[in-house]
Design a protein around this ligand. Structure first.
Ligand code: LMR
Length: 396
């Protein structure tokens, strides 16, 4: 039977990891997959994580199952991190958290929940969006539509976005990037979030807010603005949260699906459904990453170490954005790439074409996603002059 199975191309983002590793060029630069890199190009384990792991090694008592919603202690620390310590939704017991295998696992939970419990509803994704959004919702059998997000001249197309949101049928799901839009790096202002809220309310849409980069834009609280605005002003909201980036726990697969319902009873009903979705996918979520996050956030000492590390990472990325623009000055390209300094998060939609990205890879061993998305954390003071020279060569 297997002789009929065709080979398919690998994932466009994850495939870059292998291609980069196999490249023997000592000057190679990895601007591909979204992982944080320090000034030496490494992705180290955060100090707070190391300390939490040491405590876990000492104190962990069992490896028994934790249940489909995961560890309730994890829920208790992540809910206020996402929704705010003084959230009225939390006070009213309207929010449920299901620990998930990464943000991707949370998205798949949301997708399966929508498919089963909200039959016939479509999902609306930003154009462009993280390519795996398409894969996840397609795999769950949900119809996908798109709303404009980036204009042809590589700017946020807020007017186009809003105009399309105003046409979405009542009850459909709209996926919004909470901050650090992946792949573009263009985020909504607070005023724009308020306008989106009004349309979502007026049309009775269900927002699914993907919050994969809390702390990587303008800080933990500022990045939560859109999420909290939706949560505090709507009866029903889905939120997917990830600890991959802000705790550096990529391979530990640590995330959460948060559901907000109109009242505590409806929340419990939805929660019961979510347990089934999780059970049928993987039964119980992996424990280690969530145990680390819990250990950190339950300790004021570790939480403060973690916050400082996260702030340093965020500041480094924002500094590198300006550094790239500066490095392009000698080539007269600083104006053309000025948007890189204004974007937020790990990624920049550089505006480079697929052909230019290919030349960067083939001629200079600089790896980025074909759409022109660069992982800004991959820049270092050492490689920036090389990258700037290469960009100048391919845009001529
Ligand atoms: C990315 O967009 O590079 C990251 O979110 C990693 C991934 O899983 O694609």
């Amino acid at each position: 039977m297997f002789e009929k199975i065709e080979r398919v191309p690998g994932d466009a983002i994850l495939g870059l990891i292998e291609a980069y590793n196999q490249d023997p060029n000592p000057q190679k630069v990895d601007l591909g997959v979204g992982v944080y890199r320090d000034s030496h190009g490494n992705t180290p384990i955060m100090r707070a994580v190391k300390q939490a792991e040491a405590r876990l090694l000492e104190n962990e008592k069992t490896k028994s199952y934790i249940g489909s919603h995961g560890d309730p202690r994890y829920g208790k620390v992540v809910l206020p991190l996402v929704l705010g310590a003084d959230s009225a939704v939390l006070a009213a017991n309207r929010a449920s958290l299901t620990q998930s295998p990464g943000g991707t696992g949370a998205l798949r939970l949301a997708a399966d929940f929508i498919k089963t419990n909200l039959p016939g509803k479509s999902i609306w994704l930003s154009d462009p969006t993280w390519p795996n959004h398409l894969g996840i919702f397609e795999a769950a059998g949900i119809a996908i539509h798109k709303y404009p997000y980036v204009s042809a001249d590589n700017r946020l197309d807020f007017d186009g976005m809003l105009a399309t949101l105003k046409t979405i049928p009542q009850g459909d799901v709209v996926l919004l990037h909470a901050c650090c839009h992946n792949p573009s790096g263009f985020d909504l202002s607070q005023d724009q979030w308020r306008q989106v809220l009004e349309v979502v309310k007026a049309r009775g849409l269900l927002p699914l807010v993907d919050f994969a980069y809390q702390g990587f834009g303008d800080g933990l609280e500022a990045d939560a603005f859109g999420v909290r605005l939706m949560a505090e002003n709507l009866d029903e909201v889905l939120i997917t949260s990830s600890c991959s980036k802000n705790f550096g726990l990529y391979r530990e697969r640590t995330g959460a699906l948060i559901v907000i319902a109109g009242n505590a009873e409806q929340m419990e009903n939805v929660r019961s459904q979510m347990a089934i979705v999780a059970r049928e996918n993987y039964s119980n979520p992996p424990s280690h990453g969530a145990a680390i996050v819990t250990e950190i956030l339950e300790s004021s000492e570790l939480a403060s170490v973690w916050r400082d590390e996260l702030t340093d990472m965020c500041d480094r990325i924002n500094g590198l954005r300006s550094d790239l623009v500066e490095s392009l000055k000698p080539y007269g390209l600083d104006g053309r790439f000025a948007h890189v300094a204004e974007q937020r998060g790990m990624f920049s939609y550089t505006g480079l074409s697929t052909a230019q990205v290919k030349r960067l890879r083939d001629e200079f061993s600089i790896y980025m996603v074909g759409s022109g998305r660069a992982n800004v954390a991959g820049f270092t003071r050492e490689n920036l002059p090389y990258v700037a020279k290469a960009i100048a060569a391919v845009v001529e």
